[in-house]
Design a protein. Sequence first.
Length: 511
Amino acid sequence: MSETAQKAPGKTGGPDANRWKALAFIALAQLMVVLDATIVNIAMPSAQQDLGISDGNRQWIVTAYALAFGGLLLFGGRIADLWGRKRAFVVGLGGFAVASALGGAAANEAMMFGARALQGAFGALLAPAALSLLAVMFTDAKERAKAFGIYGAIAGGGGAVGLILGGFLTEYLDWRWTFFVNIPFAIVAAAGAYFVIREPEGGRNRSPLDIPGVILSTLGLVSLVYGFTRAESEGWSDSVTVGMFVASAVLLATFVIVESKVKAPLLPLRVITERNRGGVYLSLGLAIIAMFGLFLFLTYYLQIVKGYSPVKTGFAFLPMIAGMITGSTQIGTRLMTRVAPRLLMGPGFLVAALGMLLLTQLEINTSYAAVLLPGMLLLGLGMGTAFMPAMSMATLGVESRDAGVASAMVNTSQQVGGAIGTALLNTIAASATTSYIKDHVAGAASKPQQQLVQLEGMVHGYTSAIWFAVGILVAAATIALTLINAGKPDMGPVAGSGAKDAEDAVPVMVH
């Protein structure tokens, strides 16, 4: 399909006839990557026991994946722009399947950690390629809204689906199946993509690779993610934690300086300095911080305080998934072509904050139907509504040669946000729990009373952290409402905003 056809679908040959089939395979791959982030959490206790992994080392099952994925995302996005997104997508899927097979067959902790790092590396190639394929294949505003609605629902709700699937596989089969389950996903998505996806021509960025940029961004992001992960286990004043944060600040600042000077940068600064995209990356990252911390607390609350089984815990998250799918595909998709993106993102984050506010009322004997159900429903509804325009805005108006890197920035803000959220909110919860138990344990004479104080302390810790999450979501809403100033999208197929842009731009918002 020629560039002209891509820019003016009705005039020259029309849009790609296979684009909706392609969306099915892209969505399947995205679901696999998002599932993997939470499915393994449920399986961790069983895997730890089987492989003899110590309590000190068990975090590496999650950390090895997060470091490779978060650290290599920008590089993965640039490779997708260089190789072509379809090729990067298929290679990423193949590599992810092989890494998953290694994880499922792991005989010791070294093999497990290596497989997780490999999954993260191929995920970093796959995720930006998937999102940038959508960006260059769907050029009509109405169709784009539908496509990103489906993608946004999966990006938001897939994590909670992972909790259900992880519970089923761990409880009824074996923890190894939480890895093996990725293989059929990857094979079907790769085969479908190979035969169905026709990437528009002329969208590649064939400039030489910016090696200093690759090294600085990878080391800077790895240091940042590892700093937050270590803070969770070793504390914020730990010398290595502080060293990681300092190293990250220096490396990322150097990266920005290098990118402003080199001829073919890894991350062209034009991608992030445009206020709408910058606003999306920042507000989305903050919202993910709030959400990932909550996933963790609710999982522990339901299993430890309420005594739910892994499967029952997974099902307890269903209202959140239902809310996300409704917010994304019904509210977001229907309104996206009618109102400005900030009027969906800002209120969306505020509705999610209202759901969080309900969850600050948690106590040991809190009724699921009265508090948890409406809280999760509102949280899902708000996040789904906000995610949809955010995903679309993040790649809107970029030159098609930058689509991979712009997509990688969305994933980077989500990945780094997830690592920060888990560490930051967990630390707040832990210190609140410790001080509560310290203040109340003296009055507990018997063993049952002491156990009750322990549980009350845990719940107090969770609610203290959830209050912070409410504040973070309000901040995300404020940023979305003030920074993002694009108007509603034009209703027809659009290209760039000027003669030069029209050569290789994907759609822009009408101001």
